[in-house]
Design a protein around this ligand. Sequence first.
Ligand SMILES: NC(=O)c1ccc[n+]([C@@H]2O[C@H](COP(=O)([O-])OP(=O)(O)OC[C@H]3O[C@@H](n4cnc5c(N)ncnc54)[C@H](O)[C@@H]3O)[C@@H](O)[C@H]2O)c1
Length: 282
Amino acid sequence: MPCVQTSSGAARVRGSAVRRVLITGAGGTIGTILREGFRGRFDVVRLLDVAALGSAQPGEEIVTADVRNLSAVASATAGVSAIVHLAGIPHEDTLERIMQTNMVGTYHVFEAARRQGRPRVVLASSTHVTGFYEAGERLGPDVPLRPDSFYGVGKAFAENLGRLYADKYGLEVVCLRLGTVADRPTTPRHLSTWLSPRDAVELFSCSLTAPGVGFTVAYGASDNQRGWWDLSSARQLGYRPADDAERWAAEIEAATADPSESASGPQGGGYAVERAPVPDGQ
Ligand SMILES: NC(=O)c1ccc[n+]([C@@H]2O[C@H](COP(=O)([O-])OP(=O)(O)OC[C@H]3O[C@@H](n4cnc5c(N)ncnc54)[C@H](O)[C@@H]3O)[C@@H](O)[C@H]2O)c1
């Protein structure tokens, strides 16, 4: 069930209908899930990516743009009532590339929102902002950050930018610390971190439409029996997860050998493993 829906089909935010939603990084894994899942929930979904997005379906608009270009992002933001910001590098990389795409790119999204009528921003953060806590430790959105990678540091920066734009400019911001988005869990770690596609659609929809979010940080996972994160702030947005990774537990435990994907050690798994730093420019 969608969290909030008006009779016209347009979901609501801040008392006014969410008519047009911009999704950055719409061509990727999560973007593709949301593109499908948002059909019929919002009047118009504007899809932005540097990569090809195919042809626009009814109720869609397509924008080819790079989030590293502020004026392109500002143009793409005109007339939208909310933004889902996904575009970026979804894994560890050089600090230089994380800075340009994930940090500067996210700054462009917040700055474009400030200039273009202050639509709500829903940010795809990551549990890698707290990846150095041990598996099994119960974490809520207020724990001190312990990023496990340059990737995690970039997400921590993005959350802090959101806090700044909320406090200084009154933007509504939801930072979703997403676990592992996949069709199904495949490793022991996923038994704690999995976020199913249908729960992801629900979580993003609730984040777009819940009233009065101010600045909210929420962990994003399915209702996993072995979950590590307190989902109460997501539930306050109206999120009611339907899936649980436990269904695959016996099969996964019988098959797994990769130690970086075990359910012990740091929550960040392989991201938290010490490796020779990758020099910038490589
Ligand atoms: N997939 C997960 O399990 C997961 C978990 C936690 C957080 N996240 C975050 O969610 C977001 C989406 O993840 P995903 O798995 O869909 O990643 P993805 O790589 O599948 O998709 C990212 C999309 O962003 C686009 N993109 C990259 N650089 C861009 C740029 N400069 N300008 C415009 N578009 C650009 C890519 O073309 C791609 O389509 C990322 O920010 C990622 O860090 C994902």
